[in-house]
Design a protein around this ligand. Structure first.
Ligand SMILES: Nc1ncnc2c1ncn2[C@@H]1O[C@H](COP(=O)(O)OP(=O)(O)OP(=O)(O)O)[C@@H](O)[C@H]1O
Ligand SMILES: [Mg+2]
Length: 687
């Protein structure tokens, strides 16, 4: 038996060695579920002679996939890892659809719309600018899709006028996407799942290919993912799923814990393995987590224990307001790092909502504390990044109309709204993309030669780049090899002349910081192209995917404090954790806008909501290895109002016996200016 196997506890080992049929590992946080998956992959390859190409491991985020790949590299020879698939569901969906594009009625170069683009399409169809309404329709469509409900079914199911409206939009939305040769994120899962169930030849091919599947964070899969896994593993039922029903935090995205309950029914031979030893956290942290989650009903009783010692008491710090909170957390981290002789990256600040991160970013900058936003979508949501990516998208797929419009109008190159409308009409008439319409005679007639000129220049430039980037070689045709991705990218950037555009349209500081972001993007793209030996065409095809769940920080692991939402921290661990904003109205967060939301109207709905928030709290607490600090503010500003806050119910649910220590913020009662003075004093004292 290998050393790695020897170091596991008997239950973990059983889960790794079990190959007689489907296997489900159900266990609490930090009990080594993810470790079981990595060890099992190593075991399959090293000791059972599995070909890596037949193994598919699915994780929830790109980051988790990367971490898993790194761990496996330590125990399996490189050459035996060739062809191993470790990816997110969505990334596997992209690969599947690129290979099977024809069966899905797509060209291999189809575009992937992110949720903002998709919202744009819905906006056109719904003809409203009411953001709330648009988002609710988008979410409704997404839920339907993921539950495998077709537009026809949706129309039958819809009851209220709003739902009927949404169902109508759903139909045209799907048709529009197909016309654009585009798919949205949901399609990446839904289309493969459907194809697997309707196309026999394709199903058999993939089933032969997939010899063993491993799925992490199983509790957060949705109906469609369940079906897809089910059909992929169809022939042999050879899979291991690991999960924790107490960590299900994506119900709002259509995930259903019922998938866990359904497994034993759908697979009578299922082997269920529970793990109870926690290897991550000290007792104070673990007890608090156990206490909180014990208030939720759960599928299978479980109680975690660890041998890592009692640990320091959990601290609860009361703050005057959110500014004091950010400063105080920054100060505490600086002081603690000094005292414990730790690294910045041993610290994490976890919050409920992305918006809370901003103040921490600003404050940490002032305090000279290095930080990274872990798992934030923020980078790729920035306007400047989306602008540049629009160009790359149009290079990848000229039928991507939304990208075309964005690229051709940013920077302005003399293409006015009237020209675009006329071009749109032409495209509709010819039933082609905006891009292709430019060179049609009709366009010249409608738009006029002078107005058309800048559009032609744009299209010709893109065509030229496409050709040189290696587009259209999937059929093995073209004779000239693709030019280097880096050089081509430079050429595209020069053509866009984005830096000048920024300085022309924005004030200097903003332009500077945006341009920095753009440079970061292009450097990262070049590095990626070089490392993976990609052509520009291949590179741009990956982009939408990377932007999906998080920014791919690649192998960068800077020594910096992690700022992250609790959602994005799932599966990860940090020695010292600060959970901030642990207040009623924030965590639990019960409604969209007002504090207790409309959920309050219905006691049952409210309870469901609180349970989901409690699981989120549980996920947050269990990220901590050695020490946990919770903070809450007596006042928090919202819009222009100061709201009076109460500590979260989850704090009292943790139980004082776990050694809770309540501390009053040292800055209490001070004005911002006084705080700064005191802060400087404290910093000086620390040297
Ligand atoms: N048998 C073991 N011996 C020593 N350390 C272990 C063992 N099993 C797991 N660990 C360590 O415990 C920590 C938690 O493991 P892991 O991340 O696999 O837990 P998990 O169940 O996936 O947690 P989560 O539910 O948060 O995803 C990791 O640092 C891992 O390396
Ligand atoms: Mg895990």
């Amino acid at each position: 038996m290998s050393d790695a196997l020897l170091s596991m506890n008997p239950a973990q080992r059983e889960a790794v060695l079990y190959l007689n049929g489907p296997c489900l590992v159900l266990a609490g946080a930090g009990s080594g579920k993810t470790r079981v998956i990595t060890q099992k992959i190593a075991y399959l390859i090293n000791e059972c002679g599995y070909d890596a190409r037949g193994i598919i491991a699915l994780t929830f985020t790109n980051k988790a996939a990367r971490e898993m790949a790194e761990r496996i590299q330590q125990s399996v020879e490189k050459k035996r890892l060739k062809g191993l698939t470790i990816s997110t569901f969505h990334a596997l969906g992209v690969r599947f659809l690129r290979e099977e594009a024809v069966h899905a009625g797509l060209k291999p170069g189809f575009s992937i719309l992110d949720s903002t683009d998709a919202l744009g399409v819905i906006q056109e169809l719904l003809a409203t600018t009411d953001k709330g309404r648009l988002r609710s329709v988008q979410q409704q469509i997404s839920l339907w899709k993921n539950a495998l409900i077709t537009p026809d079914d949706a129309e039958k199911l819809a009851e209220t006028p709003d739902e009927q409206d949404a169902a109508r939009v759903y139909r045209s939305y799907d048709a529009t996407l197909r016309a654009y040769q585009s798919v949205d994120f949901d399609d990446l899962i839904v289309m493969p799942a459907k194809l697997m169930s309707t196309n026999d030849e394709l199903r058999e091919r993939w089933q032969r290919r997939c010899r063993y599947m491993l799925i992490d964070e199983y509790q957060d899969t949705n109906v469609c993912q369940y079906q897809w896994v089910r059909s992929l593993t169809g022939l042999r039922d050879m899979f291991t799923a690991v999960g924790d029903d107490d960590q299900a935090i994506y119900a709002w995205r259509g995930a259903t814990i019922e998938n866990l309950a359904k497994l034993p029914q759908d697979y009578p031979a299922l082997r269920l393995i529970k793990l109870e030893q926690n290897y991550r956290s000290v007792a104070t942290v673990l007890d608090a987590a156990n206490q909180v989650i014990s208030r939720n009903p759960n599928l299978f009783g479980k109680k975690l224990w660890s041998t890592l010692g009692k640990g320091e008491p959990i601290q609860v710090v009361v703050m005057d307001n959110e500014e004091a909170e950010a400063e105080s957390v920054g100060m505490r981290i600086s002081a603690s790092r000094f005292e414990r002789n730790a690294r910045w990256k041993d610290y994490a600040v976890l919050y409920r909502g992305n918006h809370q991160g901003r103040l921490f970013e600003q404050t940490f900058r002032e305090l000279r504390i290095p930080y990274v936003i872990a798992g934030g979508q923020s980078f790729f949501d920035k306007a400047e990044i989306r602008d540049i990516i629009a160009y790359l998208r149009i290079i990848a797929n000229e039928e991507d109309d939304p990208a075309f419009i964005r690229a051709v109008t940013t920077p302005k190159r003399g293409v006015g709204q009237a020209s675009l409308t006329a071009l749109g009409d032409t495209a509709t008439q010819l039933n082609c993309s905006l891009f292709d319409a430019v060179h049609d005679e009709q366009a010249a007639e409608r738009i006029g030669a002078r107005q058309l000129e800048p559009l032609k220049v744009f299209v010709d430039f893109i065509r030229n780049i496409q050709w040189r980037a290696g587009r259209g070689k999937t059929d093995g045709g073209a004779a000239t090899p693709a030019e280097g991705a880096s050089e081509l990218l430079d050429e595209v950037m020069k053509y866009i002349d984005y830096e000048r555009y920024l300085y022309d349209t924005q004030e200097e500081r903003a332009a500077q910081s945006r341009w920095q972001n753009v440079l970061e993007l292009t450097n990262w793209l070049k590095r990626k192209a070089q490392e993976d030996g990609l052509t520009l065409a291949q590179l741009v095809q990956h982009i939408a995917l990377i932007t999906m769940l998080e920014r791919s920080e690649d192998d960068e692991d800077p020594d910096a404090v992690r700022l992250t939402t609790i959602h994005a921290s799932k599966g990860l661990e940090y020695p010292y954790v600060h959970m901030v904003g642990v207040e009623e109205g924030l965590l639990p967060h019960l409604g969209k806008d007002d504090e207790y939301g409309d959920a309050n109207k219905d006691a049952e709905a409210l309870e469901v909501r609180i349970q989901e928030e409690r699981r989120l709290m549980y996920v947050g607490i269990t990220r901590a290895q050695f020490h946990l600090t919770l903070t809450w503010c007596k006042k928090r500003r919202k819009a222009r109002e100061d709201l009076i806050r109460e500590p979260s119910r989850f704090i009292s649910e943790m139980g004082l016996e776990s050694g809770l220590k309540v501390v009053v913020d040292p800055f209490s009662g001070m004005t911002p200016k006084e705080r700064l003075v005191k802060l400087k004093e404290m910093l000086q004292k620390k040297g």
